[in-house]
Design a protein around this ligand. Structure first.
Ligand SMILES: [Zn+2]
Length: 342
């Protein structure tokens, strides 16, 4: 089968002919129909986050498709079932996995980011049937981005909902795929005004369409003053940083009111400077949100199946053009999500 593999950081991916996987006991092979190209793939491919345990490796951690083969003992799915793949594969027995928080497993083996090859290939080996969620009406290629681009903001938002009140706005920094889903999920679950920030006017327009109440271009020199004005001079109740750079974290901290929440989601490599009486107001809690668990993915897919969580703009690409997609993502030309369709 064909697979787009990374052989070295900073180099284009290569389309290689590799053996098609066969499922062992409890395992499932899916024919990949959609594999989202995530912004975190950029950081990995470029070598900014040199997290891969081996090369060459097939990336792709937002996957969905059709069950092509099942191993002995598999009962949850059958050949031909359309499924989304949960990608945070843990060891299954540590404290976090036992608690259902497989995304936090210390020995995580994530699909496309570990020894397990990912979905930028015709077929994907899934090591356990529990990672598959059957789709009803959703097309696999539309479901694929939900497994990270929607799941990650879903966890980030739902975990801090008790801190979000209708009388203070919330802040969303970065309106790429995760930020756009972040706005939609905040709109769905909270009554708060949503302030969205990005460098790109088109993405801000999309954010308004998704439910953002106010949008501010990040190049505006008065961005902090404008946020505070919208927050009655006090600050937002929660700030979600989907970029994670020094400048965005600084803005998130400065915008958040006393006892508010700052949630870092983006992996741009920034450092949050937390200094009492200087950069943060009293009792602001700063947290790092990390993907999502299987239950949360089931909830996200249910919201998408019933139409309450609406899609972001998607563009579909054949596998052999993956390096073009890399360039498009790198230069911010993808309005929502680029999805490979091997
Ligand atoms: Zn574990």
């Amino acid at each position: 089968m064909r697979a787009a593999r990374l052989h070295a950081y900073g180099k284009p991916m290569q389309i290689d002919d590799v053996p098609r996987p066969t499922p062992g006991p409890g395992q499932v092979v899916i024919r990949v129909e959609g594999a989202g190209f995530c912004h975190s793939d950029l950081h990995i491919i470029s070598g900014d986050i040199p997290a891969l345990p081996r090369m060459p490796l097939t990336l792709g951690h937002e996957n969905a498709g059709t069950v092509a083969a099942i191993g002995p003992g598999v009962t949850a799915v059958r050949e031909g079932d359309r499924v989304a793949v949960y990608g945070g594969w843990g060891d299954g027995f540590c404290d976090y996995c036992v608690a259902g928080e497989e995304n936090l497993c210390p020995s995580m083996q994530w699909v496309g980011l570990s020894n397990h090859d990912g979905g930028f290939a015709e077929f994907l080996l899934v090591p356990h049937e529990r990672y598959l969620i059957r789709l009803n009406t959703l097309e696999p290629k539309a479901a694929a981005p939900l497994t990270d681009a929607a799941l990650t903001p879903y966890r980030a938002v739902t975990r801090v909902l008790p801190s979000i009140r209708p009388d203070y706005p919330v802040l969303v920094i970065g309106c790429g795929a995760l930020g756009q889903f972040g706005v939609k999920i905040l709109r769905l679950f909270s009554g708060a005004d949503i302030i969205a920030i990005d460098l790109d006017e088109a993405k801000l327009a999309t954010a308004r369409g998704s439910g953002a109440t106010h949008t501010i271009n990040a190049t505006d020199p008065d961005v902090l003053r404008r946020i505070l004005e919208l927050a009655r001079g006090i600050g937002v109740s929660a700030a979600f940083d989907f970029v994670g750079a020094d400048s965005t974290l600084t803005l998130a901290l400065a915008s958040t009111r006393t006892q508010g929440r700052v949630v870092k989601v983006g992996l741009a490599g920034g450092t949050a400077q937390v200094a009492a009486l200087k950069t943060v107001k009293p009792e602001v809690a700063v947290s790092v949100s990390w993907w999502g668990n299987i239950r949360e993915l089931r909830e996200v897919l249910a919201l998408a199946e019933n139409g309450r969580l609406t899609p972001i703009p998607l563009e579909f690409w054949p596998l052999d053009r993956i390096n073009e997609v890399y360039d498009r993502v790198k230069h911010g030309r993808v309005a929502g999500r680029a999805v490979m369709t091997p």
